[in-house]
Design a protein around this ligand. Structure first.
Ligand SMILES: Cc1ncc(COP(=O)(O)O)c(C=O)c1O
Length: 350
């Protein structure tokens, strides 16, 4: 079996070269990252360069303690990873055997399918139905019953569909398998998930510093779960996949909740304006509590994305057979950057 690969759009340098523009004029509306530079991190990162001759402490106890304090958990209920992505791959290895079955509501984050393929497990897809792409709770509860692992992306990338903790509880209660809640965008909805981690011994929650904390380049995330599940992930973890500079930044960020709060507040306001502007262009914009908007654009979606890219504006397109061929996903960025997107779209659209 060919294992699918995670597909990135071209890099900023490649896009700038193809468009004949300066890389600083390229704006990434495709990565669901935050728009402002991480100036607060410069001095901390510089200080951390003084002892790069040594390895980072292999247990990453500092991140575990900082994350545990953030959520009112114990350090043994936390395991850090090089982004939520590394933890997704580790969770598949820890909790799925070849030929076992995982389930997920689709369309969703593509790495779950890749993680399953890497361990030889089957992924049963439970389709969310257009136009709203809400989570079909009865269908996922029923699929969860005989699944060894259930991936729940809450809120879901790319549709933005959210699930209440009660709905997630219903899935957890219906299965003896492991439920992985990928809560990469949790700061935007305010659900912390620590309470559920304490209640359930078959729940793993993934968090990241890449989104609301604006540290995507540092590559730090962590899993929260019962200590026995954390131990199974920890056993497979590479010894030092988080660089010491990233450790310093992550520990500091986790102690500064105002960083995430600012992102949530600023981006919520910018999102609502961007959504209204996209609607005024005739796009159907799905409801969103997060830092991205999924829009039904029509058969011209691919053409519009290519035209935007030629002007340095990179948006997320979706492959054939994804069910989202006529959709584009836009990351909410600064008001100024969003305005550049809307102005360019107005010029391009008939
Ligand atoms: C649902 C979801 N999970 C995980 C990730 C990756 O997170 P990280 O940067 O922590 O690897 C993303 C990034 O877009 C995402 O949307």
């Amino acid at each position: 079996m060919t294992i699918p690969r995670y597909k990135w759009q071209p890099t900023t340098l490649e896009i700038a070269a193809a468009a004949g523009i300066d890389p600083s004029d390229v704006i990434r509306f495709d990565h669901n990252t935050t728009p402002w530079p991480t100036n607060w991190a410069v001095e901390l990162a510089a200080a951390a360069t003084a002892d790069l001759n040594e390895y980072p402490g292999a247990s990453y106890l500092g991140i575990r303690k900082a994350a545990a304090a953030r959520h009112g958990l114990e350090p043994d209920q936390i395991v850090p990873g090089a982004g939520a992505d590394e933890l997704i791959l580790l969770a598949a290895r820890a909790f799925l055997q070849p030929a076992q079955v995982a389930a997920a509501v689709t369309p969703t984050y593509p790495l779950y399918r890749i993680a399953c393929a890497q361990v030889g497990a089957e992924l049963r897809q439970v389709p969310a139905v257009a136009p709203a792409f809400e989570v079909p709770l009865d269908a996922i509860v029923s699929a969860a019953r005989d699944a060894d692992l259930v991936w729940l992306c809450v809120p879901n990338n790319p549709t933005g569909a959210n699930m209440t903790p009660e709905a997630v509880d219903a899935v957890i209660a219906s299965t003896d398998g492991i439920v992985v809640v990928d809560a990469a965008y949790a700061e935007f909805t305010g659900t912390d998930w620590a309470e559920q981690v304490v209640q359930h011994t078959n729940l793993v929650v993934l968090r990241t510093l890449s989104k609301a904390f604006a540290l995507a380049g540092a590559r730090v995330g962590y899993a929260m779960a019962h200590s026995s599940l954390i131990d199974r992930i920890d056993a497979l973890r590479p010894p030092g996949s988080i660089a010491s500079i990233s450790v310093a930044l992550a520990e500091a960020a986790l102690r500064r909740p105002e960083l995430a709060a600012r992102a949530v507040e600023t981006l919520a306001a910018a999102r609502d304006i961007l959504a209204a502007d996209l609607r005024s262009l005739g796009f159907r914009v799905l409801a969103s509590e997060v830092n991205f908007l999924l829009c039904e654009v029509g058969a011209q979606a691919g053409v519009i994305a290519a035209q935007l890219r030629a002007r340095g504006l990179v948006v997320r397109t979706f492959p054939e057979e994804s069910g989202l061929e006529e959709y584009l996903r836009f990351t909410v960025r600064s008001r100024e950057q969003n305005d550049r997107l809307i102005t360019t779209l107005r010029e391009l659209l008939p």
